[in-house]
Design a protein around this ligand. Sequence first.
Ligand SMILES: Nc1ncnc2c1ncn2[C@@H]1O[C@H](COP(=O)(O)OP(=O)(O)OP(=O)(O)O)[C@@H](O)[C@H]1O
Ligand SMILES: Cc1ncsc1CCO
Ligand SMILES: [Mg+2]
Length: 275
Amino acid sequence: MDEDEVRTEAWWGRRAWVLLSAVRARAPLVQCITNLVSMDIVANALLAAGASPAMLHCLREVPDFSPRCDAVYINVGTLSEDWLPSMRAAASAGRPWVFDPVAVAASGFRMEVCLSLLALRPAVVRGNASEILALASRSDNSSFKGVDSSHDSSDALQAAKALAQSNGAVVAVSGAVDFITDGVQVVSASNGVPMMQKITATGCAVTALIAAFVGADPSDALVAAACALAIFGLAGEIGMESAKGPASLRMHLIDALYSLDEQTVTSRVKISLLP
Ligand SMILES: Nc1ncnc2c1ncn2[C@@H]1O[C@H](COP(=O)(O)OP(=O)(O)OP(=O)(O)O)[C@@H](O)[C@H]1O
Ligand SMILES: Cc1ncsc1CCO
Ligand SMILES: [Mg+2]
């Protein structure tokens, strides 16, 4: 094996820096069809990272616009039947796309929609543990609650692997430790702070960041997803050094994402390949 291919923590730190630098240099255009709660934090997180967000969701614009994007991001958080045709069309536009199945178990309808979107072959699916467990089991069981997770990310690791194997997508489960898998390899990313769960739509924002990383370099969605999750978590850790609570963490996290430098990224990103 080439020395460069030995995926040590230092290797991951360098990859994370290279990918963040690629986002800053290329400013990938990311079409976001995302929920109404998340639009502001998603657009601001993408801008701070160096990407170019566009919150376009009109079906009539998809044929012109989506094929010109570097990546498409689809999030069903505030699902409405009106937006479904745009979601399906944008996901089918031939660009790499990333899926956030928010609260997939909330209803039979939402489950059906998420399964139909999954059939359109996203490059990456990112959810919290409850979402990935529900999606993998195709069950809109009432023990699953709303948009927040009631499980630890490790509870959903096997489900994530099974989902990746059956769909050919990279599957990422967020939580105290994020797990990212292509169905064979499993990578963990352990940056972040618990207070990030107290800011609405941080999960939506990190899924959008994954789309930006995939848009900047579509060659390896597993690496892009792991690096985006670690970078976002690291911005949370640095933001927490100045924050007094969720509202100021939101601000400081976005500032930290904007200011990340090579030394900080290469020394603080915590990613490893599980045996
Ligand atoms: N206990 C924790 N410790 C550290 N980081 C965490 C913790 N829980 C979540 N995170 C981080 O917070 C971000 C959001 O993950 P989370 O699992 O809360 O998403 P989510 O439930 O989909 O959020 P939302 O639906 O509000 O967008 C991720 O970057 C994740 O790594
Ligand atoms: C609170 C909330 N409700 C629907 S989407 C969303 C944002 C977090 O996913
Ligand atoms: Mg979510």
